[in-house]
Design a protein around this ligand. Structure first.
Ligand SMILES: [Zn+2]
Length: 153
């Protein structure tokens, strides 16, 4: 990634969080069917394991560290740890727009590091609804994170 961009990002808490999440997650191809840069057969281009966020799977990589990640979240976006649900749409709009792609990676990484639970239409409704309905619900913002207990430490 562009070195100058990285240097700029390092100066702000939110930038440091964006860098950490970008460097420590793999994401699959988007399955929504609407992305203009979509690959053919996106289901065949998903990381092995990780967490299913409806749009794609996200997997931690490069030795992501729970304590380091939590410290960055507390510094940049402590509101995410308040015990309420936070949607990728809301997170993606933080501070002028860090983007929904990044927000989904963030939700996936924190889930795998045990900081919060990722909630998706599938975790809520299981196999009771068809895949295109689950995707539609995800598109409306129903991919969220939620910590079990309010956490300010
Ligand atoms: Zn898509």
């Amino acid at each position: 990634m562009d070195k100058e961009w990285r240097e700029t990002m390092k100066k702000e808490p939110l930038g440091r969080l964006v860098l950490y999440v970008t460097d420590h997650t793999l994401r699959g191809a988007c399955l929504c069917g609407k992305c203009i840069d979509a690959q053919d057969n996106p289901q065949d281009h998903q990381p092995d394991g990780g967490v299913d966020l409806t749009f794609f799977r996200v997997k931690e990589t490069n030795g992501a560290d729970a304590d380091k990640f939590k410290a960055l979240v507390l510094e940049a976006t402590p509101q995410l740890l308040d015990g309420a649900e936070h949607s990728y749409i809301e997170i993606g709009a933080t501070d002028g727009g860090i983007g929904q792609d990044f927000a989904l990676r963030l939700i996936g990484l924190g889930h795998q590091l045990g900081l919060w639970q990722a909630l998706t239409p599938s975790t809520l409704f299981g196999d009771k609804l068809p895949a295109d309905t689950l995707m539609k619900m995800a598109g409306m913002g129903l991919v969220t994170l939620k910590v079990g207990e309010p956490c300010h430490s």
